[in-house]
Write a protein that binds this ligand. Structure first.
Ligand code: CS2
Ligand code: MG
Length: 408
């Protein structure tokens, strides 16, 4: 069996999805996702200029050897651009493998460990009242877990993933007004004073059952993160995400010494080498990598298995950063992984998105039910993709009040 051709498409409804389609001499095709928020043209160029010319003529069934060829063969290893491009190839090869076997991918991993995979929604509000309404809407829709992000009184700009004013929900992943980012101002003291109280009020309103998650988005220093984790302990969070940038992995020890709040980290990681110490030293509770920019299914499975040895559960990064192709790959991993925790999920299911990526995975009462179709269980309508083209965009950058650059 041979790969005969591969094509890359960039574009989509409200999002520059990077979609790879690999064709074979047996009429079977495979799909992969190389979407890298606000840098989408780069994995696309890597695929077109270097990887696809080396793929053509290879046997798509040898997905492990192809992964190793690209990873080791690059010499300069890793990084989000390369790993997103390898990830797309790897997903597409697993898709082909599943279609050849006539089996959904979860069967090739070891079958189903659960019927449905719990997901969490994103509630947000310019202020606490708006956030409480947003949480209530998700609870009504049957979600069992909700991430809560709230505007901070007195903060000059909105804060991470919250509307700048009431009712003005913005696309915080990509602002399509251009590639020069908007600047937001961050004040740690205000956040530290207000957010624990806001979380306590959400808990009081919704009771003990609802799983509450909160994303700090890398904005605290290690000592601040430890103090914040201790302050929110009574809220009983399902997880506290990215309390501090994870480049300094020892910083997490301080947090661990002061709190038992479950910690979720990893959406910016690109390989097992970025998280093996965090996992082996049991400094985190959930690993947040995404199948997209961690080199695809082959490499994510290694991370999941290592995590399982150390009581670390999965909480894969989710939509809207990834296309329905990655979300399908993660749906299969979530169905199988013995150490599954939760999946980040936002309703992608606009009619335009469904038309571009027809998909058999079902969402019901806050759970994803994986499709039984062979392979990934998602397709890509090339004709439909002709409606979209790449649009440049950016996410904000963050500065402190005095102008110092901070972490977005
Ligand atoms: C966020 C990300 O979903 C999350 O947890 O932290 O969506 C993040 O903001 C984006 O991927 C940045 O491009
Ligand atoms: Mg996050």
């Amino acid at each position: 069996m041979k790969i005969t051709d591969a094509k890359v498409f960039v574009g989509g409804p409200g999002k520059n999805y990077v979609t790879l389609k690999i064709m074979t001499d047996q009429g079977i095709h495979g799909l992969g996702d190389a979407t890298l928020n606000n840098r989408e043209t780069l994995p696309a160029a890597y695929l077109r200029d270097y990887l696809i010319p080396n793929l053509i003529g290879t046997d798509p069934r040898n997905s492990e050897d192809i992964w190793q060829f690209f990873y080791r063969g690059a010499y300069f290893r890793g990084g989000p651009i390369a790993m997103a491009a390898f990830g797309a190839i790897d997903m597409a090869l697993w898709d082909i493998k599943g279609k050849l076997a006539g089996l959904p991918l979860y069967q090739l991993f070891g079958g189903k460990s659960r019927e449905g995979a719990m997901v969490y929604a994103h509630a947000t509000g310019a202020d606490l009242d708006e956030l409480l309404d947003s949480v209530a809407q998700y609870v009504e829709q049957g979600y069992k877990a909700v991430r809560v992000q709230c505007g901070i009184p007195g903060m000059p700009t909105a804060g991470y993933a919250v509307p700048d004013k009431k009712g003005n929900i913005r696309n915080y992943i990509t602002d399509f007004s251009g590639i020069r980012p908007r600047v937001e101002i961050w004040e740690t003291d205000r956040y530290m004073r207000y957010m624990p109280e806001a979380l306590a009020r959400i808990r009081a309103r919704f009771g003990p059952e609802l799983k509450l998650l909160h994303d700090v988005h890398h904005r605290l220093l290690p000592r601040e993160a430890a103090a914040f984790a201790r302050a929110v302990e009574p809220v009983n969070l399902f997880w506290l995400e990215d309390p501090t940038p994870a480049e300094d992995q020892d910083a997490l020890r301080l947090l661990r010494q002061h709190s038992t709040v479950p910690v979720a980290i990893g959406e910016v990681f690109n390989s097992i080498w970025d998280c093996n110490r965090l996992i082996e030293d049991e400094l985190i509770d959930f690993i947040r990598v995404a199948v997209t920019y961690v080199g695809g299914i082959t490499h994510v499975k290694r991370i999941v298995d290592l995590a399982g040895l150390h009581h670390v559960r999965t909480g894969f990064h989710g939509a809207p950063s990834h296309s329905p192709i990655s979300m399908a790959a993660q749906a299969h991993l979530n169905a199988w992984a013995p150490n599954f925790g939760i999946q980040e999920y936002l309703v992608l299911g606009t009619p335009e998105c469904d038309a571009l990526f027809p998909c058999g995975h079902r969402m019901e009462n806050g759970m994803v039910h994986v499709s039984d179709a062979p392979g990934l269980g998602v397709d890509f309508d090339e004709k439909e993709s002709g409606r979209y083209e790449y649009r440049p965009g950016s996410h904000p950058v963050v500065r402190l009040e005095d102008g110092t650059m901070w972490n977005y």
